[in-house]
Ligand binder design. Sequence first.
Ligand code: ADP
Length: 188
Amino acid sequence: MSKRVGIYPGTFDPATNGHLDIIHRGTALVDRLIVGVAVNAGKGPLFTLEERVALMKREVAGLPLAEAARIEVVPFETLLMHFAQTMGANIILRGLRAVSDFEYEFQMAGMNKRLDGGVETVFLMASESQQFISSRFVKEVARLGGDISHFVSARTALAVRNKLSGLPPPADGEAPPTMPTLAPKAPL
Ligand code: ADP
C-alpha cells in the first residue's frame, strides 16, 4: 500500500495551540505529515518566513518523539498543489473552526481538486477547547498587553512579546518548549 503523505499548509503567524492540536490529530491519520509554512506576504505576517518555520520546528520538537519523527516543517512559496506534487503528498489537511472558515475552505478544496484530482483535502474540526484561537487574535491580544499563554506555547509567547517590542527572538533555552494542551480524544 502506498504511503499516506499529508500536507498541513498555513501561515502559522505564529503557531498556536489550535494548529498543534490539528498537527497532533493529523499525524494519526498519515504516515508522514509535512507542515507547509506559506510565505503569504499578502497577509502581512508579523514574523518572517524563516522565523515562522523556526518557531514551528520548535513546537514540533516538543511533541512526543514517535510523532515528531514523522513530521517535517517545510516553507513554500509556490501554488499549494505544486508544493503537494513536489512533496509527493496525497492529502491536504485543514482545520475547520467556525462557520466563517467554511466558505473559504470549501472554495479552496474545490479549486485544489480541479488542479489535482489525486489530492484529497481532509478537514479536522477544531477541538472544542481550541476553536476560538486564531493567530490574528493572539497578535491582537499581545499588542494590547493581554496574556496569550493559554493560546500558544511559552516559547512562542515570548517570541511574540519580543517581536512586538523590537527585541531579537528568544535564544534556545530562554523559554523551554512546553507540551501544548492537547484536547483529549473524544469518545465515538
Ligand atoms: P491560513 O493563512 O491558511 O488561514 P493559518 O495558519 O491561520 O493559515 O491556519 C492554517 C490552518 O489551520 C487552517 O486550515 C485553519 O483553519 C486552521 N486553524 C487555525 N487555527 C485553528 C484552531 N484554533 N483550531 C483548528 N484549526 C485551526
